[in-house]
Design a protein around this ligand. Structure first.
Ligand code: COA
Length: 252
């Protein structure tokens, strides 16, 4: 287990637990959290002992209340902001992870909080969850992939309404919109996420990684290209099996 200030990262029984840890600020996403998250995502990606990861928020009130407003638009200059982004593309790294990622959401899930959840593959929300994208009202647009990941998750109309109006939605509505997979009582949140993680980690990591890629990459392709991808991944899997090796995350 390694503890840094804004992120707690623990490994237990092949599961990586990532806890956003600024409960006094409702786990708002600040620059330090970005840097620490980048390190932790790299560890999840590279560590063969981690088969699946669960993301959650510390404290009773929030998964994450969005970007830290006290650091809002404080990058020293656009050039430096761009350079930092290039060096630490947290969202690109998130989406490049071929292991399954599960978001366990509670309380406020705003702005970057939703965007972190959207970088995960399965989202479980407790009944008290409230979700919203306040960016447009603040004169900015979602900057952590949300304008692309949200419509891919819930479709164009729902995403446009959430982004343009900034209207908050409840866990129940998020479930109806297919933004979250399950809604559970607060006490069942972590056990529900762990139940899914435990199920997945019992399977071949290569099959799991390829299945994830077939869907996540295939969604950005035509049906024809997606079917080719599926066939290619199926072939790799057969070959990996016949050579007796497991190579999760093999690049294609
Ligand atoms: N950035 C920095 N600090 C934040 C924060 C954020 N995004 N969201 C909450 N906090 C801090 C508050 O400043 C407060 O700190 P304090 O106790 O030192 O004053 C603490 O977290 C608790 O928040 P508070 O506003 O007192 O709780 P609340 O229940 O009255 O309201 C919210 C909760 C989520 C409605 C409110 O905090 C809020 O609107 N936050 C901003 C959401 C947002 O716009 N995020 C940016 C998205 S781009």
């Amino acid at each position: 287990m390694s503890n840094s200030e804004t992120i707690i990262y623990e490994k237990r029984n092949d599961i990586g637990y990532v806890t956003l840890n600024r409960p006094q600020a409702l786990n708002a996403y600040n620059l330090q959290m970005r840097d620490e998250l980048y390190q932790v995502l790299g560890a999840i990606k590279d560590d063969p002992e981690v088969r699946v990861a669960i993301f959650r928020g510390a404290g009773e009130r929030a998964f994450c209340a969005g970007a830290d407003l006290t650091e809002f638009l404080t990058a020293p200059s656009p050039v430096i902001a761009r350079q930092v982004r290039w060096e630490r593309d947290v969202w690109g790294l998130f989406l490049s992870i071929t292991k399954p990622l599960i978001a366990a959401l509670h309380g406020y899930v705003l702005g970057s909080g939703i965007e972190i959840a959207l970088c995960c593959d399965i989202r479980i929300a407790s009944e008290d969850t409230q979700l919203g994208l306040p960016e447009t009202g603040l004169g900015i647009i979602a900057a952590a992939g949300g304008s692309q990941t949200l419509p891919r998750a819930i479709g164009r109309a729902g995403a446009l309404e959430m982004l343009l109006t900034g209207r908050w939605i409840t866990a129940k509505e998020a479930h109806r919109l297919k933004l979250v997979n399950h809604v559970v009582p607060r006490a069942s949140l972590l056990p529900s996420a762990e139940r899914i993680a435990n199920k997945i980690k019992g399977y071949s990591p290569t099959a799991v990684a390829y299945a994830k890629q077939a869907i996540t990459r295939g969604l950005d392709m035509s049906l024809e290209q997606g079917l080719e991808l599926e066939a290619r991944l199926g072939d790799y899997l057969k070959r990996d099996k016949s050579h007796g090796k497991e190579k999760p995350g093999r690049p294609h």
